[in-house]
Design a protein around this ligand. Sequence first.
Ligand code: GLN
Length: 243
Amino acid sequence: TITIGVLALQGGVVEHLNLLRRATAQVSPAIEFALTEVRTPDQLARCDALIIPGGESTTMAIVARRLGLLDPLREFVKVQRKPVWGTCAGLVMLAEQASAVKQGGQELVGGLDVRVLRNRFGTQLQSFVAPLELGFLSEEEKEEKGKPAAPFRAVFIRAPVVEEIMAEEEGAGGGKPPVEVLGVYRKGDAEAEGKGDIVAVRQGNVFGTSFHPELTGDVRIHVWWLRQVVDSARHGKSIVQGA
Ligand code: GLN
């Protein structure tokens, strides 16, 4: 059994669980998944992979600190290197640095060598939905169906973007994987070609999206991510023997 946790301190927990339930059914009949809400270090320790949902990252960090979860989360992501996916506020949590944070700063889990800019597109009222071309979905669908994937309806709500990818420390020898840009949002045709906002990134087992796939009925990204979790569980040390 592969156990997928959703950090359930605040935010879009139920939405992720609902979509995960549908997505797990599509991955492979041979693989058994368990889904669980995570509110304690013990619950986290039982997970093979974790989703940090959208919501409000400052609040989430404060609650995580209070429940003694912040250091276990850092350990989960950076030491155990188990697969983690952060959506929106979850992406903020997974960044090593964030700008436009509240006065006094905010604690982060880290794991992605990026700096995010919070609330890039303004307030709640300026939320929007935009079609997004996601190459990683296309590759998979082209193989399966012989045609490229339809754009993903990306929901942006007070969304952060990745404003900077930190340079790899030269000769650090840490063997850290590079940060891959997996999604760029370009607004209409007003903006110059090539410009745009980075809204999906991956660094090794750490994945982040600015938008909210859990608020759509589209399971494609959840299915894609679960397949990576399965791969990682097979090859990584988090494999559950005999399950
Ligand atoms: N603006 C929020 C934050 O910075 C994220 C919003 C969201 O998750 N929808 O934490």
